[in-house]
Design a binder for this molecule. Structure first.
Ligand code: SF4
Ligand code: SF4
Length: 413
């Protein structure tokens, strides 16, 4: 059952419709059920027992990127995203999840099965990728634009404690997340290289698990509890300056979603609240340092895409921009609508490829209009979606910290 306090949120909606025009999904489909206002009204009817949840109702709930644009624009402060997440959990208990999702979530919540499957993915899948049909896609992303799996998981490439270079000025715990661990090793290498160069010791707990957010946001909250409890146990340490995260979604999970999920399941959320206050996106942590002293020119032009889970879930807007602006000779150009969702939305682009493609098309145009050769974004999901939708290799999609590390290396070389 949805927690009593959250249920009452539906009565705060005054049906003003101010959330509608900003909703990327509504802007593609133009029907009330696709809009946040329509969703709240339907959820209200279900909660009042006037409407029986149906397969169509589940589909309507899945037609949402959980981008939180409606939440931050609602004058009545309706916690729309929390309502929709909680309702997804309700209906997934009633109807179950598709087998593909169940299989994927079993992998993500197993600390043995995931490395095993990804080992075979690397050994067999990477070499065989060129044999896949040229026009085949996963959702909106063509096979040939999918990233290869890392040679080795990032967690196996470094010792548990990576010492600071020179005088130690700090110590952090590093939550790598699955994407950096298995797909984008250069992000992790850049985080570690930059932090250690600045004098920060980096502790990378080997027993960390997937943050569990993909599982929880699909409605399988109880399945995500194993991941949440394990990560809370490992990262609840107060002998470090912060817990650093390089993925917007993992950061959002550790900062606030763990607390929401545990509270709404009636569990003790104290440890999650404490951890949430200690978590920082890597851009937030790096903005404390005088980076200018370390960076060499990196000629070029960069634009920045705000991940929903960073800008709205965590309120981090300026820090990544500030990092990029501090790199000498790297011209920063703002794109139109930098904080509009890219259309990825986790499994959204896979479940609703036509809707996602329409949203992503606008983002790609906004990027192309800047003439930038680099697009920076601190979310692996956005990176997949943007890179997978570009039809040119002249634009590189990178994490801001990768650009910082590139400028840093220039000094060392
Ligand atoms: S902006 Fe808020 S109050 Fe207005 S219709 Fe949307 S949810 Fe309801
Ligand atoms: S979270 Fe985003 S996609 Fe979902 S209803 Fe709100 S604005 Fe629309």
């Amino acid at each position: 059952m949805i927690a009593e306090k959250l249920r009452e949120e539906v009565y705060n909606c005054i049906r003003c419709g101010l959330c509608m025009n900003k909703c990327p999904v509504y802007n593609q489909l133009y029907f009330e059920g696709a809009a946040p206002r329509g969703k709240v009204q339907l959820i209200k009817k279900v909660l009042e027992g006037k409407l029986e949840p149906s397969e169509n109702f589940c589909r309507m709930l899945s037609l949402c990127l959980l981008c939180e644009t409606c939440t931050v624009n609602c004058p009545s402060g309706v916690a729309l995203d929390r309502l929709m997440k909680a309702m997804r959990a309700e209906v997934s208990e009633k109807f179950g999840l598709p087998w593909q999702k169940r299989a994927m979530f079993h992998l993500l919540s197993s600390d043995r099965l995931l490395p095993f499957c990804l080992f075979w993915g690397r050994t067999v899948g990477n070499p065989l990728r060129s044999l896949l049909p040229a026009d085949g896609k996963v959702g909106t992303i063509p096979y040939h634009r999918l990233p290869l799996l890392n040679r080795r998981p990032l967690l196996n490439q470094f010792p548990e404690v990576v010492p600071a270079l020179g005088r130690r000025v700090g110590s952090v715990l590093y939550f790598t997340g699955c994407a950096t661990n298995y797909l984008f090793e250069n992000v992790g290498r850049s985080v570690i290289a930059t932090l250690t160069r600045l004098g920060v010791e980096v502790i990378i707990p080997k027993a960390q698990m997937c943050c569990g957010l993909p599982i929880a946001l699909s409605g399988a909250r109880k399945m995500a509890l194993k991941n949440i409890r394990r990560n809370l146990e490992i990262f609840s340490r107060d002998d470090v300056d912060a817990v650093i995260v390089d993925c917007a979604s993992c950061g959002s999970a550790l900062k606030k979603e763990y607390t929401h999920i545990l509270e709404e399941l009636g569990e003790n959320a104290e440890a999650a609240r404490t951890l949430g206050k200690r978590v920082l996106d890597v851009a937030e942590y790096l903005s404390r340092f005088e980076l200018e002293k370390f960076l060499r020119p990196l000629p070029g032009r960069v634009t920045y895409h705000d991940p929903c889970h960073l800008v709205r879930s965590q309120g981090v807007r300026e820090e990544p921009r500030s990092l990029l602006k501090r790199i000498p000779e790297l011209e920063f150009v703002e794109m139109e609508g930098p904080d509009v969702c890219c259309g990825g939305g986790g499994t959204f682009q896979w479940e609703h490829p036509e809707v996602a493609a329409g949203i992503t098309r606008n983002k790609i145009k906004a990027i192309a209009d800047t003439g930038a050769q680099f697009v920076a974004s601190g979310c692996p999901g956005c990176r997949l979606q943007i890179y997978g939708s570009l039809d040119t290799d002249a634009i590189q999609v990178l994490h801001p910290v990768e650009l910082v590390a590139m400028a840093l290396e220039r000094r060392l070389s």
